[in-house]
Design a protein around this ligand. Sequence first.
Ligand code: FAD
Length: 510
Amino acid sequence: MKINIIGGGVSGLTAGCFLQMNGFETHIFEKHSIPGGLCTSWKKGDYTFDSCAHWILGSDKGSSFYKIWSEILDMKKIKFHNHDIRVEVGTKNHANKYGEKNFKLYTNLTQLENYMIDLAPEDAKAIKAFIKPMRVMQKFDLPPILDDLPFFQSMIRGIKMVRYLEFLYWFLKIKNYTNYTYAKKFKNAFLRESFELLYDGEEVNMMVLTMPLSVFDKKSAGYPIGGSMEFAKKIEQTYLKLGGTMHYKTPVKKIITEHGLAKGVLVRNDVTHLSDLTLSAADWHYTVFEALEGKFVDQHMLDLRDLKKFDVFYSVMQFSFGIGKDLSDFPHFSRIPLDEAIESPDGTKYTRFEVHIYNYDDTLAPKGKTAVTVSFYTTNRDFWIDARKNDRPKYRKAKEEFTNKIIELLDKRLGGIKEYIEVIDVATPATFQRYTGNWKGSTQGWLPGKNLLAKSPVGFKLPGLKNFYYSSHWNQPGGGLPIAIKTGRDVAKEICKEYKVKFKTISQTK
Ligand SMILES: Cc1cc2nc3c(=O)[nH]c(=O)nc-3n(C[C@H](O)[C@H](O)[C@H](O)COP(=O)(O)OP(=O)(O)OC[C@H]3O[C@@H](n4cnc5c(N)ncnc54)[C@H](O)[C@@H]3O)c2cc1C
């Protein structure tokens, strides 16, 4: 059975790998000349700028996602870097008892607990109550593969259920807290301000903080040395080894349908590729409203299109600099308050900025030099997308003027780097949209908002269309690489079930 897959991002590649393992003939049509989609990095001069895999959930055995990654990658052969500090958050109004105005979010939970109690012994009770659920989560670790969910089948599974109940108790206790409401529990003003600023002043459910931290502590959310593109290429290599076919520089224009059946794809130069099944792992909006011309929708999908149910995840402006200086003494990732707010050309006001110094990956820059990125998240992405489309000089000017402001900020922060800047690269929401097709330049599909357990808004099927499937980070609010591989694997499994093929996997870890 032949399956055409649209999109060679992580979800499309993963689906391709599992379908090949199960005897299907697959072809991936990718509009770009490289694999990975949003999981990418790019070269400019002597530098590589990375844009995705700051941390990969399941990089080691401490997360059950390791099992899925191991089915498509030889994880033991990939070098991951585990940070001691997740992020340093600069405060503006309050210093800690040592006079420091930066909060260190340690990845080791014991260290984090000791650090916080040292700074604020008066808050020991609230600090311990912050750490405890993460310890419980570590025992729980929801298996991404639903077959592994411990229901009532055996005694051992029954014992696991008790752990789940413990998790449930703690989950219910913290589920309604945000970093803001939790901050109120602290008497210490420095801790209070630090917690409020953890997400750049955004109010975020505490699970967004605690779930990853529980995995960081187990060193199972590492950064792959070499960057995102090298990581994506490894998945592509598995796919090719399993006999799959990549068609690069082959944008799909239309999904061909006849009497409610998907028949194949129409690609550039009006070439047709017929298949038994079509799987789109490309952008949701493009798939439904362009490739299928909005013919297979229901009210729910129209509501999604009109943003009545979810917002689109933030887009990003990424300013990347190749700096001819050793910056190994600086924190690798920090959020820094600005003395004066700055306004982006798209109208968003920022009171802080986020700097990523890749001083832990020497493959990204020549010896003694450093790749640095500054990111600003925005929802005013239409400004960039429209300007690039309709007024290129305005787009270029906006980029240039804002870049100059960023250089000033960076120069101040890193103690005089202006004259060491060798390479500059600017990516806007328009860039991400253009290269990957993601609607409004979204970096992670839908924004989950406060409802972290929101039901999946987009399923594997579309109403009224047979022989068609859909999988990508748009299937589950929050997106990210774990969702991309999980949906890729799950859709392959769904296809196997429908065509009565017993789903099998092959571990790639030797
Ligand atoms: C700045 C940034 C930082 C991030 N950080 C992290 C992180 O630290 N951890 C994490 O887990 N996730 C992170 N993410 C999110 C993660 O990269 C994405 O959620 C994930 O890569 C999405 O994979 P996907 O396969 O679902 O979609 P995509 O990557 O969007 O893949 C879709 C593919 O379809 C192709 N395509 C689109 N239209 C067509 C067409 N018409 N014809 C042919 N091909 C087409 C695209 O070119 C692309 O290759 C980050 C993303 C960004 C941008």
